[in-house]
Design a protein around this ligand. Structure first.
Ligand code: FMN
Length: 535
């Protein structure tokens, strides 16, 4: 057997091993710290000491486009790329959306959600020309809404481009969640990708995921491989690389040209320490990160079909909708049922479509929904299955328990009722006993085509979580546009979910849960403006 196949086999084994080992079980949670020193929580904001900084114009500006306008992104007039538009883009994607205070505790929320609000995702811009900024690599610091200039290089002669790269600080997430944290970092990266795509669309721009990029190249371009600039255990792993198609943008992506530019770059700054101690170590995260590293791959650009969507109920300015997005911590289990048109719009919005954020996604759907319907107008409570692909459902029928009814539901999309009845308790139990999964209008599990993908290319393990995160971000914003609220659920009992479906092998695995309904506000929490500290 050639070496390459051999190492891919070892890598896929390591991925299966990690996934199996980090399942929560009804009788035991995945391995995590036994105690948390809240005083030493890793700083959620990365800063580089010794860099020039570029302040971005004061955040909070509104964009004209309404959320419904994003259904036809080609109609949005592109804004010129300058510091104003760039600042708005970064703010709407990854900036702060509020501060919350409870007693002496104060924490920031951001436009992108994050498991445990730990925010392992970091973002870097690369300018190859001198349009809005001198050529260089810049780190976005959302707390101060500024760019830290990590390096400078000679601008390229050909048409300049703007790129954005995302990375994860696994430690930030592992500090609290231990071994399962690698999964959450990937979810968060998927959410961030969708957040970038939505924010770009507001400005008439488009995000193109350059999914062909090798992790090693990305690490070099973003300066993540500069071990001397980071504290051990607080390094960043490269995740996603995108081209921003702003008012003008070159058509071709030339990785070799980028590498050539950066070969002669001058780098500045060192990452500040995030936490004093690193008591717990989770070597299995380093193992899976290594096994799921992405090599360079052929460029793929799967085109989603054009799918007209029904209107949203609350067609708010997109900036407002993005900034008001929150995770519900409690749902009102006695609220009116979710209106059927809202449910149908939300579900249609997660089907592949030639609109943001799918315009930033390059692959046919690998993730399907298992819906726990509690209170949706004209829809009998029960367990439903929503295939997100175009193929027939026979593969699912054969894989799932033979007891299920597979009744076709009249809807503008393919939806099957597996079981009619109250599934609230099941939803709650399966999602780590969290009542957010049972008190909402509906909750769901995201079932991914698993073993085939990992066997084909182990790095797709991460891609499956990114897809789930991207779908989660759609659900968050669509919920707001329906006048309700969503919450991502990373905590669930993996094999108990599979057991409900009668799945006994790893062809399909549930990778993320989500819930949508009427939120109950916690009046004890004080809300403060996101950037009051900059004024
Ligand atoms: C991947 C992921 C997993 C999450 N898992 C849970 C969960 O299991 N339970 C929960 O109550 N919230 C969960 N959340 C919600 C986060 O706690 C929330 O995003 C974070 O506190 C920030 O708040 P915000 O979404 O209002 O900005 C999850 C969010 C993400 C992105």
């Amino acid at each position: 057997m050639p070496d390459e196949n051999c190492s891919s086999l070892t890598a896929s084994k390591a991925v299966f091993h990690y996934h199996q080992r980090t399942k929560h079980r009804l009788d035991a949670y995945a391995k995590g710290p036994t105690s948390l020193d809240w005083e030493d929580q890793p700083d959620p904001f990365r800063r580089f000491e010794g860099c020039d900084t570029v302040p971005l114009p004061l955040p909070g500006r509104e964009v004209e486009c309404l959320f419904g306008d994003l259904d036809r992104p080609e109609k949005i007039v592109p804004q010129t790329l300058n510091l104003d538009s760039l600042g708005l883009f970064l703010e709407l994607a990854l900036g702060l959306s509020a501060w919350k205070q409870y007693g002496p505790d104060r924490w920031a929320l951001r436009c992108n959600p994050s498991s445990g609000n730990l925010h392992p995702t970091e973002a870097y811009l690369i300018f190859t020309g001198t349009s809005a900024l001198p050529a260089g690599v810049y780190h976005y610091l959302s707390h101060d809404h500024l760019l830290e200039r990590r390096c400078h290089f000679e601008p390229i002669k050909s048409e300049p481009a703007l790129y954005i790269g995302l990375s994860s600080i696994h430690w930030r997430e592992a500090w609290k969640y231990g071994e399962r944290a690698f999964r959450y970092c990937q979810h968060d990266a998927g959410h961030a990708l969708a957040a970038l795509s939505y924010a770009a669309a507001c400005l008439g721009w488009r995000i193109e995921l350059l999914g062909e990029t090798a992790d090693a190249d990305l690490a070099g371009w973003l300066g993540l491989d500069r071990a001397e600039d980071f504290i051990e255990h607080e390094r960043e792993a490269p995740d996603l690389f995108c081209r921003v198609h702003a008012s003008t943008s070159p058509d071709r992506f030339a990785p070799t040209e980028l590498s050539e530019c950066l070969r002669h770059a001058r780098w500045f700054g060192k990452a500040e320490r995030l936490s004093r101690y690193h008591f717990y170590r989770w070597p299995v995260i380093d193992d899976v990160a290594h096994a799921a590293q992405k090599p360079a791959t052929p460029a793929e650009r799967w085109q989603a079909p054009v799918r007209p969507l029904p209107p949203v109920s609350y067609n708010l300015p997109t900036g407002r909708l993005i900034r008001q997005r929150r995770s519900a911590q409690h749902f009102d289990s006695r609220s009116a049922a979710l209106a059927l048109p809202d449910f149908q719009r939300i579900i249609q919005a997660v089907l592949p479509n030639a609109k943001p954020p799918f315009t930033a996604w390059n692959w046919a759907p690998q993730v399907h929904f298992l819906l726990f319907v509690h209170r949706v107008e004209s829809l009998e409570p029960g367990l439903y299955f929503l295939p997100r692909g175009t193929g027939d459902v026979d593969a699912f029928r054969q894989a799932f328990s033979k007891e299920y009814a597979w009744e076709t539901v009249a809807a503008p999309f393919a939806l099957y009722r597996l079981f009619a009845g109250n599934v609230r308790q099941a939803a709650k139990t399966l999602s780590c006993h969290q009542s957010i999964a049972s008190d909402s209008a509906f909750s769901l599990g995201m079932l991914a085509q698993f073993a085939d993908n990992i066997d084909a290319e182990p790095w797709r393990y991460r891609r499956l979580f990114w897809e789930c995160g991207l779908l989660g971000q759609i659900l968050y914003l669509e919920a707001e546009a329906a006048g309700v609220r969503g919450t991502g659920i990373g905590c669930f009992f993996d094999d108990a979910v599979h057991g409900v479906l009668g799945l006994t092998d790893d062809r399909w695995q549930s990778l993320y849960h989500f819930t949508v309904g009427e939120a109950l506000e916690d009046a004890r929490l004080q809300s403060l403006p996101p950037y009051g500290h900059l004024q």
